[in-house]
Design a protein around this ligand. Sequence first.
Ligand code: HEM
Length: 268
Amino acid sequence: MPKLPAPPLPKSLQPRPKRPGENGNGAVRPVEAAQEAGITVVDWIDERTSLSGGIRWLLFRKVPKGINWFYTLGSATMFAFLNQAVTGVFLAMFYRPDAAGGAYESVRYITDDAFLGQLVRAMHKWGASVMIILIFLHMARVFFFGAYKYPRELTWIIGVVLLILTLAMGFTGYLLPFDQRSYWATIVGVNINGTGPFIGPYLSDFLRAGPEFGATTLSRFYAIHMMLIPGLIAALIGAHLYLITKLGISAPPWIKAQEDPGLRESQV
Ligand code: HEM
């Protein structure tokens, strides 16, 4: 005789459907639960921070037609700065700002003995020149394309401060190997600073950490070089990028001329 199907269990006795990430004992494992629900780590972070909106605002924006490779010089300068920051951290792991021979010896150790030390030091040293060349090229692009004009004056002013700070990085970094060349070059540089009007003498005293060039001068230069100025540069690059994103990139002058029939012939 065929077996009759069992009558359905009452609702309270029916097995509950498995929740995402639930194992055999009824315990829910959060990582598996998220995987089953298709939630990635990025989604998890974004739900708590809403950072993706800001990143999309910064990266996914319209740019004017006709822009070219010259518009990449600002980003190239930024990457040169990042290179300086990363290599600088590794150099700081070995460098000692000790004027009684320790600084010179630590730089010798980095160059001759530390693993990949010569490479990292060279990247930092050559990277400094690369950054200065790039910043001038970027500034020239902005100048010749007239990109400093309304409404981008503040972007330009922040740029000028960035230029001064970048040059100051070169100046303060030059002393750190503490060899004959860096010592005498810095004395000359500090003396030149001292001839500046009004703030010149105060600036020299600040740089020397007193009226005489002494052991604390090296510590002063090191602190300025690896903390004060990089912090300022990072903050100002943030402000520079904020303004660039908010105002949009300026169109090249020849496109502006085509699109604005109101321009006089001389302006075109
Ligand atoms: C650490 C140094 C600097 C960094 C990292 C930097 C970065 C950038 C970036 C990524 C852009 C976007 C467009 C482009 O690349 O051309 C830009 C635009 C701009 N920068 Fe810089 N910059 C620096 C220094 C300077 C300097 C020295 C000036 C001028 C004195 C300047 C003035 C401007 C202006 C006015 C714009 C807007 C250009 C436009 O809308 O077409 N920047 N900068």
